[in-house]
Ligand binder design. Structure first.
Ligand code: FEO
Length: 168
């Protein structure tokens, strides 16, 4: 059984993962409109992945006797400046999410909820991978700079970068 405090914290994380999905969907649209098909396809997949993160938490809350809540979401930006700025936004967002997951883990320890603590370890590992992927992409973009040919090749390559397989 979840304490009210943990239930509330998990519902806040559900909202954040849902908003992550919306932000990445908006990035997909922005990239697609500019002809970056590879980046768009990567961002669509990333958006789906965030929805899976949200659903995994959602189901856990209900399985543990809580009530998973669908909240109103903050609308994401519609424009991201440049590919470099967009991936920097993505990286900063993932760093923020990692911090939120860590805060959540902290609360489970304070409340001695070891089941939720154990469940959250999947998210701790996932955030290491997400940050590392975002950092690698950002490094590549920084190397390319404004070179149009380089950006064209990057767009092709990024399609090959997979986000993780869907979670149950
Ligand atoms: Fe679900 Fe990208 O954090």
């Amino acid at each position: 059984m979840l304490t009210k405090n943990i239930e509330k914290a998990l519902n806040e994380q559900i909202k954040l993962e849902h908003e992550s999905s919306q932000i990445y969907l908006s990035m997909a649209s922005w990239a697609e409109e500019r002809g970056f098909e590879g980046v768009a396809s990567f961002m669509y997949a990333h958006s789906d992945e965030e929805r899976e993160h949200m659903l995994k938490l959602f189901k856990f809350v209900n399985e543990r006797g809580g009530h998973a809540v669908v909240s109103a979401l903050t609308a994401p930006p519609v424009s991201f400046g440049s590919l470099k700025k967009m991936f920097k936004t993505l990286f900063d967002h993932e760093v923020m999410i990692s911090k939120k997951i860590n805060d959540l883990v902290d609360i489970t320890l304070q409340e001695k909820d070891y089941a939720t603590h154990n469940f959250l370890q999947w998210y701790v590992s996932e955030q290491i991978e997400e940050e590392s992927l975002a950092r690698n992409i950002l490094d590549k973009i920084n190397l390319i700079g404004d070179d149009k040919g380089g950006l064209y090749l990057f767009d092709n390559d990024v399609k090959m970068l997979t986000v993780n397989p869907p979670v149950n």
